[in-house]
Design a binder for this molecule. Structure first.
Ligand code: 1HE
Length: 255
């Protein structure tokens, strides 16, 4: 039997997804993207957090360029919209997702990483948007997700010059949230995933659904949306438990 493109392992509430195309530096083929989307469409029961990483020392070298050459304009648009749907599924599917990043986080790899919520980088990480060197443009959401992290000005410069940001620069810019020693990205990702899994699930869900959307709203709409989110979470059984646990000086036992 051939190797799976995506290896999924669950350990209690944490699912680990390993992109398994090491020989292609985990370049994102349509089939691999479909596997990732399939997982987030219907995560296994009991899973509360996902970790995403790549086998073989690289997170993801971006779009599989060997598949790209055969598409016309119409199908390139559909393909790009397919990436948007898949990466929206990761960002808004309901599970917090932690990226454990090594090596290439390039092109579509960076688009993928920025659809995840927590990003841990090892020192060898390279963030790059080399589309200009390939005669193409981003299509997996970078103008929105990377642009909002870096700002349009810095993203334009990054794309025009094809510069590579390292892990520490990525940390300063917000492309990574943590930089850890070599070999430690998965260790840190598991630690963070375990901590996130202990939160009330509804609180995690609302964080994921609301905060990025509120960023797109006017101040007035955002504040109103925040109040609605507060109304939903603050009146949940988990809120009663969380507040009682605090006052009784014990760990909360969420549903
Ligand atoms: C690939 C890809 C790929 C590697 N598509 N096959 N992304 C890029 O422009 C990045 C292109 N890749 C690289 O710059 C380098 O491969 C790396 C820096 C990631 C790694 O270098 P290295 O020396 O370790 O490996 P390598 O020898 O360059 O690559 C190993 C194999 O992976 C080789 O195949 P082989 O059959 O010759 O062994 C490479 O061809 C293959 N490979 N990356 C296809 N990306 C939704 S739109 C998003 C638009 C983009 O993502 S554009 C950016 C695409």
């Amino acid at each position: 039997m051939s190797e799976p493109l995506l290896i999924v392992e669950t350990d209690g509430p944490v699912a680990t997804l390993t992109m398994n195309r090491a020989d292609k530096r985990n370049a994102m083929s349509d089939a691999l993207l479909e596997e990732i989307e399939r997982f987030f469409r219907k995560p296994p029961a009991g899973v509360r957090v996902a970790i995403l990483h790549g086998k073989g020392g690289h997170y993801c070298a971006g779009l599989d360029l060997s598949e790209h050459v055969q598409r016309d304009a119409e199908h390139t648009m559909y393909h790009s919209r397919g990436w948007h749907a898949a990466l929206d599924r990761i960002q808004f599917g309901g599970l917090p997702v932690v990226s454990a990043m090594t090596g290439a986080v390039i092109g579509g790899g960076l688009e993928l990483a920025t659809a995840t919520h927590v990003r841990v980088a090892e020192p060898d990480v390279i963030f790059q948007l080399p589309e200009g060197r390939r005669g193409i443009f981003v299509g997996g959401g970078a103008t929105v997700r990377v642009g909002r992290i870096l700002g349009a000005d810095r993203m334009i410069e990054m794309m025009l010059t094809g510069r590579k940001y390292g892990a520490q620069e990525g940390l300063a810019l917000g492309l990574a949230h943590y930089v850890v020693d070599e070999g430690q990205a998965m260790v840190k990702a598991r630690e963070l995933a375990g901590r996130i899994a202990e939160n009330a699930q509804l609180s995690n869900y609302i964080m994921i659904q609301a905060i990025a959307r509120i960023e797109d709203m006017s101040k007035a709409d955002g504040l109103f949306a925040e109040s609605l989110c507060a109304a939903v979470t603050q009146t949940s059984p988990d809120a009663q438990e969380g507040l009682a646990a605090f006052l009784e000086k014990r760990a909360p036992r969420f549903r």
